[in-house]
Ligand binder design. Sequence first.
Ligand code: ACO
Ligand code: OAA
Length: 377
Amino acid sequence: MTDPQIHKGLAGVLVDTTRISKVNPETNSLLYRGYPVQELAARCSFEEVAYLLWNGELPTEAELAEFTDGERAQRALTPELKAVIDALPVACHPMDVCRTAASVLGASHELAEDSSVQANMDKAVGLFAAMPAVVAYDQRRRRGQDVVEPRDDLGYSANFLWMTFGEEAAPEVVEAFNVSMILYAEHSFNASTFTGRVITSTLSDLHSAVTGAIGALKGPLHGGANEAVMHTFEEIAQSAGDGDVAAHAAAWLDEALEQKKKIMGFGHRVYKNGDSRVPTMKASLDNMVKHYDRPDLGDLYTALESAMGERKNILPNLDYPAGPAYHLMGFDTPTFTPLFVAARITGWTAHIMEQLEANSLIRPLSEYNGAEERHLP
Ligand SMILES: CC(=O)SCCNC(=O)CCNC(=O)[C@H](O)C(C)(C)COP(=O)(O)OP(=O)(O)OC[C@H]1O[C@@H](n2cnc3c(N)ncnc32)[C@H](O)[C@@H]1OP(=O)(O)O
Ligand SMILES: O=C([O-])CC(=O)C(=O)O
C-alpha cells in the first residue's frame, strides 16, 4: 500500500480559482484585479483600491464620489459599540477589540442574516468605514485620551490619523499610511482570507467570516509579525546597552538563530525570493525615517536585514518595513496588526463574496493515525 500524500499546511496545494489578486513568486509581482500593486500605491487612494477589489474595476469620478459619501457617513461608532469596547479590559490585546467590534457590528446589522450580494456589499463598506474608528478609539482609551470623532472632509487615511492622534498629519505621513493600507489590502489565499472563505463556505454570514479572519491574522506567523518586528528591535536595543544598536544586530541574530527562534518579518510561504510589496513599503519607511529624523531606525533595519540575508538567505516580508513605519507615525506597537485588519477587510470581504458566487463546502480529509480500534472492557 502506498503512503497517503499529506499536504501539511496545504503548502503548494491549489484549492480554488480567484479573480481578485495574483501573487506571482516567479516574477515577484502582485496584481489586484490585473493592476500591479505598485502602480495602485503610487497613484490611487485606498478608497479607490477598495472599490476596485470589490467591483473588479476602478471607480469613475461619479462612482468614487458616491462611494466615499457612503463610507464617510458610516465612520462614527455608535454609543452601543463604544460601550462594548469600554467594557473590555485595557490590558487585552487590541486585536481582541477588533474581533469583538466586528462581531458586534454583525449582530447589530439590520441585514444580519441576509447574504445577498447587495447586503454583503453594504456590510463590507460598513466594516471598512467603521474599523478605523474602532482602532483609533481603542488606542486613545488605552492612553487615557478622549475620543476624537471622524471628519467627513478628510479622505480615509487622513481621517484615520486624525481620529488616532487628534491632529492633522503631514501630507508625507498620510501618503505613507495610504501606501501601507493599499499594500496590506489583499494577498490571495493567505491564512486569514482562507479562514474567511472556510467560514463562508458553510453559508455563515459575512461578519462571522471577518471575525474568524481577524483571529487568524492575529498570530505572529501571519499579521502579528508587524508588531513582533518592533519587539525584535526593542530586544536588540536592550541587549546593545550603551553600544551602537545597529552594530549589535548581527550578534543578537546569531544568538536568536542559535536558540532556533523564528525572526519575525522575514520569510514567506509563497515568495522565496523576496516579497513583491517590500520595496514600495521600504521607500515609505525611508520617507518616514527622514520626516521624523530617525536615521538610527533606518540603520537598524538595514543591519538586521543584511545579517539575516548573510546567515539564512531569508528576505523580509511586508511586515518588516510596515512595523517601524507605523512606530514612527506614532502608533502603539500592539495597534499595528489592527491597522492590517483595517486594510485587509477589503480583501477578506471581496473573497467572501467571490466564495459565495460558486460555493462548495470546504472540508478536506485527514489520515487517521491514532489508536487502533478498541472496545470498552
Ligand atoms: C503579511 C504576512 O503575513 S507575511 C508572514 C509574516 N510572518 C512572519 O514574518 C513570521 C516569520 N516567518 C516565518 O515563520 C515563516 O517564514 C513563514 C511562516 C512566514 C513561512 O513559513 P514556511 O513557508 O512554512 O517556511 P518554513 O517554516 O518551512 O521555513 C523553511 C526554512 O526556513 C526557516 N525560516 C523561515 N522563516 C524564518 C524566519 N523568519 N526566521 C528563521 N528561520 C526561518 C525555517 O526555520 C525552515 O528552516 P529548516 O528548513 O532548517 O527547518
Ligand atoms: O500571503 C500570505 O501568506 C501572507 C501575506 O503576505 C499576506 O497575507 O499579506
